[in-house]
Design a binder for this molecule. Structure first.
Ligand code: MEV
Length: 322
């Protein structure tokens, strides 16, 4: 039994804008899901996730059940199903890519029992089909990072040759440039408020229909934050990186996808010494990410004293799957 698992994700820049073909930068969280056991079945697909206390099968009437039925269609070979127990290192529905992590881990598990040799590119394509069941029209960022990990610069319509060469990053899918990074850590803080990505994405679509110019101008601010943040990451300038993250948060707030708790978590992190922080993922609850080199414990403690949990995510060479 070879290892089956997947990454979670922290979107550093560009959530929501990425749906409208703006670039986004996201980092993989290692070990979001790791396989505990995998057994073939005569057809059904069953999944259990520890410690979420979640059990589901392809006969369940909820969205997860529909996703597992789609899984059986997209993985070639037919016939065999699987019974999988996974262990998670991230909370569910917290803006950290749990649904994409499920999709990728389950594709890998079913491919293994159906003895299908797949590349990561194929895994990502099949997982994207499951993500469509969960979220409607996802950009593909989450399933890409769940598959490959590392730090991904993603654009929905892909990168042309000129942009690829100029950026001199490694192209791992037509939409994804893998960005080399120094040893870097971020703090993730969880508000404990669950959110629906589908609902938040639909909200932006409504606001854009009502005021196209305003929303597109905010997407431009997000683009500028990404360019600034990426340059800062390349130079190892954490203070500049933090400022760019804060700028991105301001634009997301103006887009209406933040909430009181996320704004409070950003303010609390800043007051405890972080150089920057922003909501990460779809917003409306879920999580924030902070750049807080040198004051990690202070920020985590400050979040804790306000009733929020926080932990450190380290980006190392091991958290990519090429
Ligand atoms: C959700 O993790 C990220 C969004 O940009 C949606 C998407 O990319 O499909 C909000």
């Amino acid at each position: 039994m070879s290892a089956v698992g997947s990454h979670g994700k922290i979107i550093l820049f560009g959530e929501h804008a990425v749906v409208y073909d703006h670039p986004a930068l996201a980092a993989g969280i290692p070990d979001a899901l790791r396989m505990v056991s995998l057994a073939p079945t005569s057809g059904p697909v069953r999944m259990r996730i520890l410690p979420w206390d979640l059990e589901c099968s392809d006969s369940s009437g909820d969205l997860l059940g529909s996703g597992l039925r789609r899984l059986k269609e997209v993985v070639p070979g037919g016939g065999r199903g699987c019974s999988v127990v996974l262990k998670s290192g991230i909370p569910p529905a917290a803006g950290l890519g749990s649904s994409a992590a499920i999709a990728v881990a389950m594709v890998r598990a079913l491919c293994q029992v159906r003895e299908i040799a797949t590349s990561n590119l194929q895994v990502r394509e099949m997982a994207h089909e499951m993500e469509k069941i969960f979220h409607g029209r996802p950009s593909g960022l989450d399933d890409t990072v769940a598959t490959f990990g590392g730090v991904c610069l993603f654009r929905r319509s892909g990168w042309d040759r000129h942009e690829r060469e100029r950026k001199s990053y490694c192209m791992i899918t037509p939409q994804t440039l893998q960005v080399p990074y120094r040893k870097q850590s971020f703090l993730v803080g969880n508000s404990g408020i669950e959110h629906s990505t589908r609902h938040m994405v639909a909200g932006i679509s409504r606001r854009r229909k009502a005021n196209h110019k305003k929303v597109d101008a905010l997407f431009e601010v997000i683009d500028e934050s990404l360019t600034e943040g990426l340059a800062a990451m390349n130079e190892g300038d954490n203070s500049r990186l933090g400022k760019a993250m804060l700028n991105n948060h301001g634009a997301l707030r103006s887009l209406g996808v933040s909430c009181g708790e996320l704004d409070e978590m950003v303010d609390v992190a800043m007051a405890a010494g972080a150089s920057g922080a922003k909501l990460t993922g779809a917003g409306g609850g879920g999580s924030v990410v902070a750049e807080a080199s040198g004051c990690e414990e202070e920020v985590i403690e400050a979040w804790r004293s306000h009733g929020y949990s926080g932990w450190r995510v380290e980006l190392t060479e091991e958290n990519r799957t090429l």
